[in-house]
Design a protein around this ligand. Sequence first.
Ligand SMILES: NC(=O)c1ccc[n+]([C@@H]2O[C@H](COP(=O)([O-])OP(=O)(O)OC[C@H]3O[C@@H](n4cnc5c(N)ncnc54)[C@H](O)[C@@H]3O)[C@@H](O)[C@H]2O)c1
Length: 669
Amino acid sequence: MTSAEFKKLIAEGIPSELPAFKFYDRNINHAPKRKEILNRAEKKLAIKNALRYFPEKFHLVLAKEFADELATYGRIYMYRFRPDYEIKARHIDDFPYRSRAAAAIMLMISNNLDINVAQHPHELITYGGNGAVFQNWAQYRLTMKYLSEMTDEQTLVIYSGHPLGLFPSPKDAPRVVVTNGMVIPNYSSQDHWEKFNALGVSQYGQMTAGSYMYIGPQGIVHGTTITLLNASRMISKSGDAQKSKLFLSSGLGGMSGAQPKAAGIAGIISVIAEINPKAIKTRHSQGWVDEVFSDLDSLVERVKEVTAAKKVTSVAYEGNIVDVWEKFADENIFVDLGSDQTSLHNPWSGGYYPAGLSFEESNSMMSEYPEKFKDEVRKSLRRQVVAINRHTSKGTYFFDYGNAFLLEASRAGGDVLKKDGEFKYPSYVQDIMGPMCFDYGFGPFRWVCCSNKPADLEVTDKIAIETLVALIKKSPDQIKQQMTDNIHWIKEAAKNRLVVGSQARILYADAEGRMEIASAFNDAISKGKISAPVVIGRDHHDVSGTDSPYRETSNIYDGSKFTADMAVQNVIGDSFRGATWVSLHNGGGVGWGEVINGGFGMMLDGTPETDSRLRMMLHWDVNNGIARRSWARNKEAMFTLKREMERTPGLKVTIPYIADDKLIEDALR
Ligand SMILES: NC(=O)c1ccc[n+]([C@@H]2O[C@H](COP(=O)([O-])OP(=O)(O)OC[C@H]3O[C@@H](n4cnc5c(N)ncnc54)[C@H](O)[C@@H]3O)[C@@H](O)[C@H]2O)c1
């Protein structure tokens, strides 16, 4: 297909003639059938809603087809309208546009739906089982059309994948504003999502799926490496005893699949159970996991060998994680670090496979007998907790990996609560990421080269290294470890060959690091050292972007962890400080109703105006959260904020006075 033909197809939007029917491609990884949730009247409404994207002349054919899709898959994806061209990141100028910023957004959307990047590309799901970019193919087509024709004085408004339209706006305004899954708080249960999504009026955007900021597995490998490295350091009694540690967890899916690779980079032996043979095959063929076992006795034998030899190896077990926890307890295998990364943010429709049932048995039970399936999930979680408790009583450090494991286990009646109602085990943010990274402002800064050329990525890597090496010289001791880890990461990044899809890179940086790196990129673009614009952004697993009481904000202890002011303020603040697009989501990571998170994207085009915008916006994007974390009395954040106020004129933030606990006890007596 020529470039002109591709541009024409993008600009076409909904085609004027019905495209050919598309057969279900069994070679592609598809979303599981969603549970049947709509009554007859609601099904009518869902079909009527779907038909409003199309002229009446199509309705006779499409009404029947959409009814079939709803009955077969539980959703109307409008498969027929999936384009025939390859959807992938291309050079920014290969997209048709009047606004270059809009073309950058098209590139990012295309990457999220790339067949080599997305988890269920035909269902427009990027990761996490239900992390949608759009609800259906009509929304994709219309959005791309709008982006191709919009100017720098319009903003495209997207409601949960639905492009509401273009509205006049100032040049400095975001070109796209996205909301995903925003509902009235009382209507935010898991079943509400199922219903609204089946009706075609809302979607679960996860974090970087519905905000167009996914960069393939690289982001998660980096985050998991940082987590495991710091967890391992934390439990090390004698300096660097890392190499002999054993990590047990589950999941080789979208994000969880990073565990064996990251453990290897961090020098840790890992055993990861995965029930889906396809997921194991993918990770094994990528070389992310070294060995695969489907028999528990052989697994035990191998684990004993590698732990005795202190040989850093990653092992996948094809089967249920519950069986491994139990077997290792029976066999007295000491697990140093334990976690779980099944998709428990989505427990009833394929996120968690209960013990005692095969993969296929679970898949049919969850749609045919959903109540029975729920019971099986709960039973399995209780069993898993009993086994984990046997390990932790012997000294295993178990942490929740932000997948709602402890939350769902407690709801299932599992023994994970202390007497005061708090969880027995910390989340990885409480002990590790919160105090060591987020409270100092370190988070998942990322960038994408819009030329789509590896040579540009190489230049950006060099610039990032030079910038961080210069910054570490004047960094306080408190953040030197994070700086060192990230300099090491970025030096090795190309070697780890983690680029899948767009030419992207991630590293953890604080406000100053992000601003200086972005500014240096902008300068290099203006001088032609980088051949095209660069998009900067982050995932939402960060300092300020996300209010999530069992994950990003689980180390907030002033009672405010169930509020979402920070995440909402963040998006509002980013939008008027220069972001190219912003997004605000309900759900993401831990589940619908359990988190509010926001993100941004900014196109760097080498102009001086962009330099002041990036400084203004990145400063807020990190320091909003630092200020909130400081107000919550987190000492690392108080330190960071005071340092920031010293160097930033105009920043004046309320600092908490710390009351003496004894004094309060006495007052209450
Ligand atoms: N990696 C991180 O840093 C991170 C951070 C925050 C949250 N999470 C959470 O981790 C979870 C996993 O994310 P994902 O993208 O990998 O999801 P995913 O659905 O792609 O992968 C989960 C995998 O777990 C497997 N599985 C489910 N139940 C199992 C069982 N009982 N035994 C063995 N395997 C089982 C599934 O087959 C699936 O492949 C999500 O809830 C996500 O929000 C991850």
